[in-house]
Design a protein around this ligand. Structure first.
Ligand SMILES: C[S@@+](CC[C@H](N)C(=O)[O-])C[C@H]1O[C@@H](n2cnc3c(N)ncnc32)[C@H](O)[C@@H]1O
Length: 384
């Protein structure tokens, strides 16, 4: 009998466990999300949107892309070098790219003409959709990996929306004052079982470098892939900005005692759960981003922190309230529906405070930008 994709993936994971005795949670998550053709992101299955498992801001309303586009125009004028490169990493279905490109083409043809829009995407399924969605924009091209760029070769912007939260993470637990790492094995009933082992050396180094003390009994995530990736990006940038939009916190908030189970969650058909071992390859697994780590390791690769804010402040600084006023004035059904959707982007209980924006720059003399003009109250949720 032919195995389903899920069964095939589980078999591949179990075969690897049998060969190696156990595998780290990070490697399990990497296979569950990215195993060629069978992983959650690599298989041909709708993930983002109403028929998928979760929504992203890119899906909600074109205003998100338009306001980002407006921010990109300010950066274009500041940098004043051609070609201006906009590199989007992990663009998903390409809707955000579409809205940014449409805004630039229609409102700033000069910027559009002098720009290259480069997408880097790990999911072949998403690349296929992106090619269709972006077929009308001549300045778009795809590059397989960020490492394909020469060092210090990008002038412009490197940005992502919900990229780092989809990286595979190491899981750690603190017991008796000691850090252990979660590994996966299979018991005598062929069921997946977690075991604790000595942690990867890099994890201990990370905790020390970032001065992270986690409370006794806590289980949490360490995103070493994000640490490496932000340094890769930093090295490739010659002059410009890195803009990272995602849910997450600085270290001081992320490892607080009231997050004793960490932030790792699964999403399947808009329902969340903490069972990482069911719906393997069919459900998303995601964790909150440690923005202190992106700032710290980015700096090692030459990226200075320009500012750190939340989505509500960032979009408001860029003129979201003017869009609200215009829609309110129009008052028709479509405008009313758009208004409702847009509120989700800024409401504290929606995406407004959950989503943060980290802006970093390299070789820019006056780095201040409009999106960072008014910052949120500087409590520990905003101190990197
Ligand atoms: C949560 S989705 C976000 C999609 C999109 N940015 C949006 O806002 O709808 C994460 C995307 O990042 C992609 N991705 C994950 N790791 C990547 C990597 N190392 N390089 C490029 N793309 C990656 C995934 O395949 C997926 O398309």
């Amino acid at each position: 009998m032919k195995l389903t994709g899920k069964e095939e993936l589980i078999k591949i994971i179990k075969d690897r466990i049998e060969k190696e005795g156990s595998i780290s949670f990070r490697d399990f998550m990497d296979m569950a999300l990215y195993y060629p053709e069978l992983g959650y992101y690599t298989s041909p299955k709708t993930k983002i949107g109403g028929y998928g498992d979760f929504f992203t801001a890119s899906e909600l309303d074109r205003a998100f892309g338009e306001l980002l586009g407006k921010q990109f125009v300010e950066i274009y004028q500041k940098i004043d070098e051609k070609p201006f490169q906009i590199v989007e990493i992990g663009a998903g279905k390409g809707y955000l790219a579409h809205d940014i490109l449409k805004y630039l083409k229609e409102n700033h043809p000069e910027v559009y003409k002098n720009s290259e829009y480069i997408l880097i995407e790990k999911s072949p399924y998403h690349i296929q959709i992106q090619k269709e969605v972006l077929k009308d924009f001549e300045i778009v091209k795809w590059v397989q990996d960020v490492i394909d760029f020469e060092d210090e070769s990008i002038t412009g912007i490197i940005f992502s929306n919900e990229l780092f939260d989809s990286f595979p993470v190491h899981l750690i637990r603190k017991i008796g004052g000691k850090i252990y790492e979660v590994y996966i094995t299979v018991d005598e009933n062929n069921e997946v079982k977690e075991i604790l082992k000595e942690p990867d050396e890099e994890i201990l180094k990370y905790l020390k470098e970032l001065k992270i003390e986690i409370p006794e009994g806590m289980q949490t995530e360490i995103n070493l892939d994000a640490k490496d990736y932000i340094q890769k990006i930093g090295k490739k940038l010659k002059k410009g900005y890195v803009i990272t939009i995602d849910y997450g916190f600085p270290s001081a908030e992320l490892y607080k005692y009231y997050r004793m189970r960490g932030t790792l969650l699964c999403y399947y058909k808009h329902q969340y759960s903490e069972n990482f071992y069911e719906n393997v390859g069919l459900q998303d697994i995601t964790s909150h981003v440690n923005f202190s780590a992106l700032a710290y390791y980015g700096k090692l690769a030459g990226l200075e922190t320009t500012g750190f804010t939340d989505q509500a402040h960032f979009l408001t600084n860029l003129g979201l309230m003017d869009i609200f006023a215009e829609l309110q004035e129009k008052g028709d059904l479509e405008s009313y529906e758009r208004l409702n959707r847009l509120k989700t982007l800024v409401l504290p209980k929606g995406m407004g405070e959950k989503f943060k924006i980290l802006v970093q720059h390299k070789n820019i003399e006056n780095p201040a930008i409009q999106g960072l003009e008014i910052l949120p109250y500087q409590n520990q949720r905003y101190k990197l």
